[in-house]
Each structure stands twice: as structure tokens, then as C-alpha cells.
Design a protein around this ligand. Structure first.
Ligand code: NAD
Length: 253
């Protein structure tokens, strides 16, 4: 049996990837707040431990595919919660499942965001404390910031955390990559669109293709990243954003 573990499997991109991997014959172990094989809250240390223990039990300690999709959007008031889920939840499970991935010669795709590079957050204190893996310090820095100030930083730090692991994970026989979508038609994006002020930020993102991504376009790219065709892809950050990143940063890649 081939096993796939998907966080955020109950909705949006995670749910679409679940369908595709099930069609390929994977036994999928979803981790989410609801409607999944493992119900766990990845914003808390206890929830992450429950997620890890129960998923490893369900797959017998071998994971062929891991998708870290659980996340919260920049439209929420609670910036600290967004950092807890988007960065610390994802990182804890990524590292927690490393041995199970190595046992299967498996692969991991992490969902970042094209927003991770749109603003200069490289040296932002919250990014540096995330990279130090210091959750308490990060929470102190974030305080009561709105998620609009935290979302891109959480994805920026997560992408760097992935890239810092490529030597070690490559040696362990695991492929580890990031997909960086632009705005994608999911319930999360609907939340942003419905927000009275944060919705305006969507209008400020230049998109050469002049439309948002469909969930199928992002899930299909993840399916490709998981496939043997992409066997040499490791440590890559794959932008799927209708050209936004290239338009905003034409001379950097
Ligand atoms: P979504 O809201 O449809 O799905 C996110 C899932 O994460 C939900 O099922 C939710 O229950 C789960 N989740 C949230 N908090 C959780 C917690 N504490 N514990 C466990 N599960 C939790 O959103 P989506 O758009 O499919 O998002 C998937 C990923 O894609 C996220 O990481 C998001 O940041 C990223 N992303 C989305 C967009 C977009 O525009 N939709 C763009 C770039 C990146």
C-alpha cells in the first residue's frame, strides 16, 4: 500500500490533491480540524503531537507522499494564529514525518505562496525568530498584529526552512519542494474577497494572466511535482501565479 498524508485535506487545494492521489491508488490520511482521518489542531503543540502520532500509526511508519497544505489566510485578525498554523504547524509535521518519508523513499510538497517574496521580509524579526524555531519569541514579536502583517512572513520563513533542509533530506533520499501559488479560488480566497478592507489588497497584485488560479491548476502542478517525471526536482520553489512574481521581480529569480 502507498500512503499519502495531507494536512488541510478537508478543503481547497488539499482536498483536490486528495482526490487525485486516491485516484492513483494512494491510501490518504488527511489531517484537519474536521472531516478527516485525523482530527487535530495544528496551531497547538498538543494538536501537532496528536496529528503526528495518529498519522504514523495509520500508515505504519512509512509515508510515500506528504503534502503540507493546512493554512490560514491574511484576512484573519489573529496574526499569531496564522504563524502558529502556517509556520510552526507545517514545520513540526515536516520534521516529524521525515523518518517515515525516508523509510519509503518518499517526497514532500509544502504549499508556500508567491507573497513570500513580494515584500522585503528577509530580515524581519518575526522571520528570523521563526527560522530559529522559537515559537514563544515569535509570538512575543507578533503580539496582536493582524494576519495581513504575518501571512507573507510565515510563508517566506517556511520556504527558507525547506531550502535549508535540502542537503540533509536529499541525503536521506527524500525530495522536498515548495509550490508558491498566487491567489487561488478556494474557501480561503473567498474569505479574503469577503473582507471589507483586506479584499483591496487583491486588486493591488498585478497578474499578467488577469485571473486567479483554479484549484485544479494548483493541485495538478502538485501532482506533477509528486510524479516520477519530476524525479530530479528537489529544493525547488515552483511559482504558479499567472506571472505575478515575474512582473513584480523581473530581475530576481
Ligand atoms: P482552504 O481554507 O480551502 O484549506 C485550508 C485547510 O487548512 C482547511 O481545511 C482548514 O480547516 C485547514 N486548517 C486551518 N487551520 C488548521 C489548523 N489549526 N489545524 C488543522 N488544519 C487547519 O485554503 P486553501 O486555499 O486550499 O489553502 C491551502 C494552502 O494553500 C494554505 O497553506 C494556503 O496558505 C496556501 N495558499 C493559498 C492561496 C489561495 O489563494 N487560496 C494562495 C497561496 C497559498
Amino acid at each position: 500500500m502507498k500512503y499519502a498524508v495531507i494536512t488541510g485535506a478537508a478543503s481547497g487545494i488539499g482536498a483536490e490533491v486528495r482526490k487525485r492521489l486516491e485516484a492513483q491508488g494512494y491510501a490518504v490520511i488527511g489531517i484537519d480540524l474536521r472531516d478527516s482521518e485525523v482530527t487535530a489542531d495544528l496551531s497547538t503543540k498538543d494538536g501537532r503531537e496528536i496529528a503526528k502520532t495518529k498519522a504514523l500509526e495509520a500508515c505504519g511508519g512509512k509515508i510515500d507522499r506528504l503534502l503540507l497544505a493546512a493554512g490560514l489566510g491574511g484576512h484573519l485578525d489573529d496574526g499569531a494564529l496564522v504563524a502558529r498554523v502556517n509556520y510552526f504547524g507545517a514545520l513540526t509535521l515536516m520534521d516529524g514525518f521525515k523518518d517515515a518519508l525516508a523509510s519509503a523513499g518518499g517526497q514532500c510538497v509544502v504549499i508556500g505562496s508567491n507573497s513570500a517574496q513580494m515584500r522585503p521580509v528577509d530580515e524581519a524579526p518575526m522571520v528570523l525568530s521563526m527560522l530559529e524555531e522559537d515559537e514563544a519569541k515569535t509570538m512575543d514579536i507578533i503580539g496582536d498584529m493582524h494576519a495581513a502583517m504575518v501571512y507573507a512572513a510565515s510563508k517566506h520563513a517556511l520556504t527558507r526552512a525547506v531550502r535549508r533542509r535540502v542537503a540533509d533530506w536529499g541525503a536521506a533520499g527524500i525530495r522536498l519542494n515548495v509550490i508558491a501559488p498566487g491567489p487561488t479560488e478556494t474557501p480561503m480566497l473567498q474569505g479574503v474577497k469577503d473582507h471589507p478592507t483586506i479584499s483591496k489588497s487583491l486588486e493591488m497584485i498585478p497578474i499578467p494572466q488577469n485571473r486567479f488560479a483554479t484549484v485544479e491548476e494548483i493541485a495538478g502542478t502538485i501532482e506533477f511535482m509528486f510524479s516520477d517525471v519530476a524525479a530530479h526536482m528537489h529544493g525547488s520553489v515552483i511559482y504558479v501565479d499567472g506571472g505575478s512574481d515575474a512582473q513584480v521581480r523581473p530581475d530576481r529569480f
